[in-house]
Design a protein around this ligand. Structure first.
Ligand code: ATP
Length: 317
């Protein structure tokens, strides 16, 4: 049986600005996305049947057709019937290490890995752009997760402009295991509260999205200056998530107040919070101190770092 094992990194948002509404009902966004070395391992394997089967022992991950990894495989089956006739179904095994429903694109990066894996397994010969286009039909974060690194994302998050990749900036990442924030809820609540501040006309929307290219965050990234990057962290969704989830606010405050932390912020729609640190050593120290201050066993803490890549092949058989 042929099989590929892929490394599927999580992402954080260094910048997330909600600009306005789009005619398709999504929000128009300006974001800076960053891959981190916290990653799931995904194995895709020809299984000799006509079925797509998901295996994962993480209790919060669906094993049915709602799993994004299943949905992407189903999409490829529909798009490439000849390859399906030749190779048959696939087993997808997810070794889940990225916290679920955390604002870290866990499902999206699994979908990206299945795209890359099935492209190889079925010899489809799809280019990165073709993979990104397929991925965009399933979720706005999927295209970014394919090549990863550091990128500006506009539109609903699927229009990408790669930036000079950041690496070896360390952080502490925290997430309460039992706390999940629904991304649709976060955006819906934001709309209810802030729709009056939305930019309405298409030209001004495009200009505002374009402004991120020359904005302070992108300049800080070009300088690879961790302190400047920390000063420019921004996430509009904090305005609705932090008041609703006091535990997340407290975690952010504790992280931000630690010695060696440059700045702390929630990622995406949360509830994960990351704290950029001066060094790996500082990050490890910060993690110990936060563990002492918040001894709640429900709180998962990781030391992780920025990386310059998305999906990578770990092995093939
Ligand atoms: P998003 O911001 O895209 O909503 P997220 O990063 O906050 O996502 P995910 O880890 O992708 O969160 O999980 C969101 C929901 O998606 C979960 O509650 C889970 O039921 C569902 N899901 C579907 N497929 C997967 C997958 N492969 N891994 C994790 N969750 C998945």
């Amino acid at each position: 049986m042929r099989s590929y094992t892929l490394i599927a990194p999580a992402k954080i948002n260094l910048y997330l600005e909600i600009i306005g509404d789009r005619p398709d009902g999504y929000h128009s966004l300006a974001m800076v996305l960053q891959s981190i070395d916290l990653a799931d391992h995904i194995n895709v394997q020809v299984n000799g049947t006509d079925d797509i089967r998901i295996r994962c022992d993480h209790p919060q991950v669906p094993k049915d057709k709602t799993n994004l990894a299943y949905r992407v495989a189903e999409l490829i089956v529909a798009e490439f019937p000849n390859a399906f006739a030749q190779y048959g179904g696939v087993d997808i095994t997810i070794d889940k290490r990225i916290p679920v429903a955390a604002g870290l694109a866990g499902g999206s990066t699994n979908a990206a890995a299945v795209l890359v894996g099935m492209n190889l397994l079925w010899n489809l010969g799809l280019t990165q752009t073709e993979l990104e286009e397929l991925g965009a039909t399933l979720g706005s974060d999927v295209p970014f997760c394919i090549a990863g690194g550091t990128a500006i994302a506009t539109g609903r998050g699927e229009q990408l402009s790669p930036l000079l990749g950041l690496d070896n900036i360390y952080m502490v990442l925290g997430k309460y295991r039992s706390l999940e924030v629904s991304t649709p809820w976060a955006y819906k609540t934001y709309r209810q509260q802030y729709v009056r501040s939305y930019i309405k006309d298409a030209e001004s929307l495009a200009a505002r999205a374009g402004a991120v290219n020359s904005g302070a965050m992108v300049k800080a990234i070009q300088k690879k200056d961790a302190l400047l990057i920390a000063q420019e962290l921004h996430n509009d969704l904090e305005r609705v998530v932090l008041p609703t989830y006091p535990q997340v606010l407290q975690l952010r405050e504790v992280l931000a107040s630690e010695k060696g932390v440059l700045a702390a912020m929630m990622s995406g729609s949360g509830p994960s919070v990351f704290a950029l640190c001066e060094s790996q050593q500082q990050a490890e120290q910060v993690m110990l101190q936060v563990r002492e201050k918040i001894p709640n066993p429900d709180l998962e803490l990781f030391v992780t770092r920025m990386i310059t890549h998305g999906i990578q092949i770990a092995s093939s058989v």
